[in-house]
Design a protein around this ligand. Structure first.
Ligand code: SF4
Length: 337
């Protein structure tokens, strides 16, 4: 019986690899079956190796860096159950916001460090006109091949067009796991924004997040297929970091093996549709299992109660990411906008 199950896993992994290399998207039942593999098992190692092969075929072993700059450190009334900025949790003692000059300096540094995506992240109600004015100033002051990405509130097609005009290339947006349960958002509102993005020239970056021990395989598969359905060019997975003082802060952190497994499955599911697969927080294991995008963060951090930091959060900086990618057989590069 055990032998038969092992054989099935081999067949499932081979099927998933072929599907990715043929340019197909895996179906939900297949995704769930792969998510059922024990992340600490030898079979999961085979799953990861298959995903890494697909990463070579799809991304040509090119890796990329993503830098998220949290602009505003202020209590957010949306009170997502995992976010340190939620107003009701009382963790933000003193509001602050990075100045335009500080942000431009941070962008210059990241561009010099070969970061591909510069993400300007805000709390939900940060004014879009202010964000667009900031993007214009960044473009005026910092040249280079980098892409500007906004991670802000909900918007419509008209705002999408204005964001392009201001200098944004991409948007980070997603229907988060347990949206409407662990958040106050109506998932339909998040989907409306995804639709506005898909009808604009903005490229979509959309991860399965924030993954915790509480999520079922069905929920994870659904979130991944939503990202692919709306045309994400970068997908992958981000773990929920337990922040003490938030409602989900007492749940344990996801094991890095489980996050790497989910990332491997996003690689096998997305195939050529989303050539870049991101993991946050990064691990060498996730890179070995198919992730080719790593995130560094500074400014206001929603997954920590510590800070509004001018240095890279948790000590994970572009140099560390590059060293890990090199160990795992990737070259860190830049692509055209
Ligand atoms: S995750 Fe975003 S919307 Fe939710 S509380 Fe934090 S800043 Fe607000």
């Amino acid at each position: 019986m055990i032998r038969e199950i092992m054989k099935d896993y081999n067949m499932m992994i081979e099927k998933a690899k072929k599907s990715a290399l043929d340019g197909e998207v895996l179906g939900k039942a297949d995704i769930i079956a792969l998510l059922e593999i024990d992340p600490f098992s030898e079979d999961c190692g085979k799953l990861g190796a298959a995903a890494r092969e697909v990463a070579t075929a799809v991304s040509k072993d090119q890796a990329y860096l993503w830098a998220a700059i949290g602009i505003d450190y202020r209590p957010c009334p949306m009170n997502c159950h995992y976010c340190s900025l939620g107003e009701s949790w009382g963790l933000v003692m003193e509001e602050s916001e990075l100045s335009e000059g500080e942000i431009i300096k941070m962008v210059q540094k990241y561009v010099q460090e070969k970061v591909q995506w510069i993400v300007l992240r805000t709390t939900q109600f940060y004014p879009f006109d202010k964000l667009m004015a900031l993007a214009k100033e960044i473009r005026r002051n910092v040249s280079g091949k980098y892409q500007l990405v906004a991670n802000a509130g909900e918007f419509n097609e008209q705002t999408a067009a204005q964001l392009v005009e201001a200098g944004f290339d991409s948007i980070y947006h997603t229907v988060r796991l347990r949206e409407g349960i662990d958040t106050k958002f109506d998932p339909e509102e998040r989907i409306k924004t995804l639709k506005a993005i898909s009808q604009s020239p903005l490229k979509l970056v959309s991860l399965v997040e924030p993954v915790g021990v509480e999520h079922t395989n069905d929920e994870i598969a659904e979130a991944l297929l939503t990202a692919i359905k709306f045309g994400a060019v970068v997908t992958g997975a981000m773990a929920r970091v337990p922040v003490k003082g938030t409602p989900l802060g007492e749940y344990p952190a996801l094991a890095k093996e489980r996050l790497a497994q989910i990332v491997a499955i996003t690689r096998l599911t997305a195939g050529f549709r989303a050539p870049d697969i991101c993991v946050h927080q990064a691990s060498e294991l996730a890179f070995k299992w198919g992730a080719n995008v790593a995130v560094v963060e500074s400014g206001s951090i929603p997954r920590d109660s510590c800070c509004n930091t001018k240095t890279d959060w948790n000590g994970f900086d572009p140099e560390t990411a590059k060293a890990w990618f090199k160990t795992c057989g990737y070259k860190v590069g830049l692509k055209a906008r």
